[in-house]
Ligand binder design. Structure first.
Ligand SMILES: *Cc1c(COP(=O)(O)O)cnc(C)c1O
Length: 437
């Protein structure tokens, strides 16, 4: 399979090139040249299969031309050491729990898959060390760092804003050591992201070391996220609830929902999508007006969705670009909602009181958007519960007036010793640090 750039100014790339480079030379995002279709019989047979089996089928559809089947199955099986169960919450609304991986957030799926795929390419080609730069406001850093921990030939630099990441999140990438270096930047998340972007564009630095990105711009991180949409469908099909499926995705950079749109394009019968936002709602504004205006992000209690310029918007436009009026086609399949911190807190409190189900701030946006989208009687609503509530313990404790338990894997991280290197936010210091490595 070849991968083209959404900006159409760079040559098409092989899977390996797309994964190793991350972003295309023209700053576009890579897209697979064709989206394989999934036959009806295969879809109907998914309900008898495990998450791993389903994921192997989807992975082969995308990557089967480029990677031998047994190697690919190995990568998938290694990635998915956990389940993504569908759980009823209220009425016809279900939660797809994506937080049973090592760092308790959905990014474990893409992070682990990408680490294993990149590790495979490095071994196969005998590449010199690949350095992954990742800017994080919390969740991405932990999933990427843990996914890549101990993978030979790869070093990961996690850049995070000093004092702006919760202690629980911070310990998940600062206590690992080995091939993971945490860089504590005296600035904001936007400063961290700017440093990473500047590094990719610096010729001298790129001659000195091989750099790539593990944000959801990387095809190896975002495409595997389609696996759990198929798995959720299979679980709902088993209980006769998959016929009119409405899927709601709490969105920031829009990588997760884009993976769902790919699953839909492959033939997965999802009736429509709902994109849930916090106050960072440039996508909702696009749905309403047809005009896309990125703007600086504002801080909210659903901080993994604090994105003012969603990077995967380019992929969504590209996906619908060949279908007449792009905006109209997007609006036919996707609707949007946005919630303030107060509204998110009210949802968490109410759902907990009424059902006993504890939402995290991101999943709360997803649940509420389905509740507000007024599902028809025979529709099933499924929201992606993207993180475990304990990752946001301080916020959740205040909202429900309790002292919630921290799951054992999180506790283990908290017992480690923090190791990080403090750096100012100017590029020259960051660059000379990398040049010295
Ligand atoms: C990253 C993240 C999101 C947003 O996902 P995108 O793919 O960037 O849209 C939502 N919730 C949680 C918990 C996250 O970590």
């Amino acid at each position: 399979m070849r991968y083209y750039s959404t900006n159409k100014q760079a040559p098409a790339a092989s899977l390996e090139e797309a994964v190793v480079k991350g972003l295309a030379g023209d700053k576009g995002l890579y897209m697979p040249e064709k989206i394989p279709g999934m036959k009806k019989e295969i879809l109907a047979g998914l309900k008898g299969k495990t998450f791993r089996e389903i994921s192997c089928i989807v992975a082969r559809a995308f990557f089967g031309e480029d990677i031998e089947p047994d190697i690919l199955d190995g990568i998938v099986n290694d990635t998915l050491s956990f389940e993504t169960p569908v759980v009823p919450v209220q009425g016809n609304i279900y939660s797809l729990e994506l937080f049973h991986g090592p760092t308790l957030a959905f990014k474990d799926v893409g992070g682990r898959f990408m680490a294993r795929l990149l590790g495979y390419f490095i071994r196969k080609e005998g590449l010199s060390q690949v350095n992954v730069l990742v800017a994080t406001s919390g969740d991405t850093g932990s999933a990427v760092a843990n996914g890549f921990l101990g993978v030979p030939g790869i070093h990961v630099y996690v850049l995070y804003p000093k004092g702006k990441v919760s202690p629980i999140q911070e310990c998940q990438f600062t206590t690992l050591g080995k091939n993971i270096t945490a860089l504590e930047i005296d600035g904001t998340f936007d400063d961290c992201q700017a440093l990473v972007k500047a590094a990719f564009m610096d010729n001298e630095l790129n001659r000195h070391m091989r750099l790539t990105s593990a944000n959801s711009i990387n095809v190896a991180r975002f495409l595997p996220q389609s696996f759990y949409y198929f798995n959720a469908y299979a679980q709902l099909d088993k209980i006769g609830k998959a016929d009119e499926l409405v899927v709601c995705v709490p969105s920031g950079n829009f990588g997760n929902i884009t993976a769902g749109l790919f699953a839909h394009r492959m033939g997965l019968p999802i009736k429509r999508f709902v994109a849930a936002n916090n106050r960072n709602d440039v996508f909702l504004e696009y749905l309403r007006t047809g005009i896309y205006t990125p703007r600086p992000s504002v801080a909210t209690i659903a901080n993994a969705m604090d994105v003012g310029a969603p990077s995967n918007f380019a992929r969504i436009l590209d996906l619908f670009g060949s279908q007449g009026d792009t905006h109209e086609s997007i609006c036919r399949l996707i609707s949007g909602y946005r919630y303030t911190d107060e509204e998110i807190a009210a949802t968490i409190r109410r759902v907990y009181q009424e059902t006993g189900y504890l939402l995290d701030p991101h999943g709360a946006c997803g649940f509420q958007a389905l509740a507000d989208s007024q599902l028809e009687k025979n529709e099933t609503g499924l929201f992606l519960e993207t993180a475990h509530p304990a990752k946001f313990k301080d916020t959740i404790d205040k909202i429900i007036g309790a002292d919630i338990d921290i799951p054992a894997p999180l506790k283990a991280f908290m017992e480690g010793t923090k190791q990080s290197i403090e750096l100012p936010k100017d590029f020259e210091t960051f660059k000379s640090f990398l040049m010295s490595r």
